[in-house]
Design a protein around this ligand. Structure first.
Ligand SMILES: Nc1ncnc2c1ncn2[C@@H]1O[C@H](COP(=O)(O)OP(=O)(O)OP(=O)(O)O)[C@@H](O)[C@H]1O
Ligand SMILES: [Mg+2]
Length: 493
């Protein structure tokens, strides 16, 4: 080592420049092959050679395979015999660069057939050592040049081969990491194909295809379907499958929330916008910048807010409460409802322009009763999800589930399974553990017609806050009829 340092001290300015050049070259190489080609060119340049070869060494059978070559006839590349395999062997044995001038007369190499045949005057071999093993050899030779080389040149080359091997290490580590990364990303994709959306029925598979397609775009998606069919889940899936997946996914439930509260949540406010607004506050739409925003239960928002949302959808602009400045936002909008939006538009309760802005890509989730083949799959999924690995459904339990209407869809199935898991003591879930909440159907009523009439009337009155005119209209009777009935009941009761 000391000796090498000594030699390096004696390097000329040109040699240092050369060294700088080569270290830059090695540092910038990003692929094994390009690195080796550049290294090969460099060596050829340094010894003023005409031909160059880079071979990989196979220790198992002490053989060489060609990786790249310079100025070697295509036809002879495959044939190493033209190149001095004797010199290659010497490099492998010595594990350090070897350099021969006057090759024709040099006793170390003159005996090799190729040296004689090709009339080689000088030849150099540089080993590439990795983990103390010979990984490959760079070989270059010249028929015309017999320029003198010094000991310093050899040290220089040794130094060079060490640099190459360091660069190779770096590259192969990087390549390994890149591959691993690719594999992991792929796996992740497979796992997250549709986050937790279980189902193999035709309708769910078609839905999955649509979700994948639309997720890649920035289009507004309107997610429709009965309560409990998985609208929230689909919204999350769209985000996770989109290019915005690293950015925030924010959701706001818009149903039954006082208007001003919802507005300040969505749009934020300026200090002093209302009592209690002590500082400026960002709205959720701003917080979701570059991400996805999910407007859940969109049908319930007030006309005033509908107008403000229209501006968001049209211009991607918001105004904080109490502010005059508009702000640009970059969010993808998803919206969901279990209501019949076109009907609400017809009734004048939902802005038509807003509806069209939302309805760019509608996705309708099927009710569970229309994909009964998924019931067993989902039931088992939830059994496992609640951490119970040993419990299983009996045939009769499954049949009972498959016959049920599921007005509450998957959410209802979740409840039923949770209940069954408590009742079954963790083993077999049989049909008596499946407690179905049958909705009380009007036709199931056991009493008399008169009793039924009275119950229905009272229920309706309650719904219309005691307003007899409206109640009468909804029942298709006269107000007088209602008064009469109520009077009768008072007299009887
Ligand atoms: N395909 C599915 N696979 C697994 N779980 C599901 C699936 N669809 C829905 N779920 C589960 O069912 C429940 C209800 O789903 P979700 O909340 O998404 O319904 P929703 O359509 O948004 O209902 P609502 O209209 O009442 O808001 C959740 O617990 C959800 O995880
Ligand atoms: Mg929901």
């Amino acid at each position: 080592m000391k000796e090498e340092v000594q030699h390096i001290k004696q390097l000329s300015k040109e040699q240092f420049e050369e060294l700088l050049h080569v270290s830059e070259l090695l540092n910038s190489a990003a692929y094994e092959e390009s690195l080796m080609e550049q290294a090969l060119d460099w060596v050829i340049g340094v010894i003023n050679a005409e031909r160059g070869l880079f071979v990989k060494y196979n220790e198992a059978d002490n053989s060489f395979s060609i990786i790249s070559a310079r100025n070697v006839g295509k036809e002879s590349i495959a044939n190493l015999s033209e190149f001095s395999s004797g010199v290659l062997q010497q490099v492998v044995q010595n594990k350090k660069p070897l350099l021969y001038h006057d090759a024709q007369t040099n006793p170390n190499v003159s005996q090799f057939v190729s040296i004689q045949l090709q009339k080689i005057k000088s030849v150099i071999g540089v080993p590439i050592v990795r983990n103390e093993q010979i990984w490959g050899v760079i070989l270059a030779d010249s028929q015309s040049n017999r320029k003198e080389f010094t000991e310093t040149n050899l040290i220089f080359l040794h130094f060079f081969s060490n640099l190459v091997s360091l660069a190779l290490d770096k590259i192969s580590r990087l390549e390994h990491l890149q591959n691993e990364n690719q594999i992991l990303l792929n796996k992740l994709d497979a796992i997250e194909q549709l986050p937790d959306i279980v189902g193999e029925s035709k309708s769910i598979r078609e839905l999955a295809t649509l979700i994948h397609k639309v997720a890649r775009t920035d289009a507004t998606v309107l997610i429709l379907g009965e309560s409990g069919t998985g609208k929230d889940l689909v919204a999350q899936a769209i985000h996770k499958l989109s290019s915005r997946k690293e950015k925030p996914f924010l959701a706001q439930f818009c149903g039954s929330i006082p208007d001003n509260l919802l507005e300040s949540e969505l749009f934020g406010y300026k200090k002093g916008a209302f009592t209690g607004a002590n500082a400026d506050k960002k709205g959720l739409l701003e917080v979701a910048d570059k991400g996805t925003f999910f407007l859940d239960e969109i049908a319930d928002i007030s006309p005033a807010l509908q107008a403000k949302l229209l501006r968001v959808l049209e211009n991607r602009e918001i105004i904080r409460l109490g502010d005059t400045q508009t702000k640009k936002i970059d969010v993808r909008i998803l919206a969901a409802t279990n209501k019949d939006l076109p009907q609400l538009v017809k009734e004048g309760k939902f802005r038509e322009d807003l509806f069209y802005r939302l309805n760019i890509f509608p996705l309708t989730l099927p009710p569970l009763r229309e994909r009964r083949e998924d019931i067993g799959l989902l039931a088992n999924f939830f059994i496992r999800k609640f951490g119970n690995t040993s419990a299983h459904l009996s045939t009769s339990a499954l049949q009972k589930l498959e016959r049920f209407q599921f007005p509450g869809n998957i959410r209802q199935l979740v409840n039923i399974i949770q209940r069954a898991l408590i009742l079954c003591d963790g083993e077999k879930i049989s049909d008596e553990h499946i407690i179905l909440e049958e909705r009380k159907d009007a036709l199931d009523f056991q009493g008399t017609l008169e009793e039924f009439e009275m119950r229905l009337l009272k229920k309706r009155l309650e719904e219309f806050n005691g307003n007899k005119t409206q109640t009468a209209a909804s029942l298709g009777v006269s107000v007088r009829w209602i008064q009469l009935k109520l009077k009768e009941e008072r007299e009887q009761g």
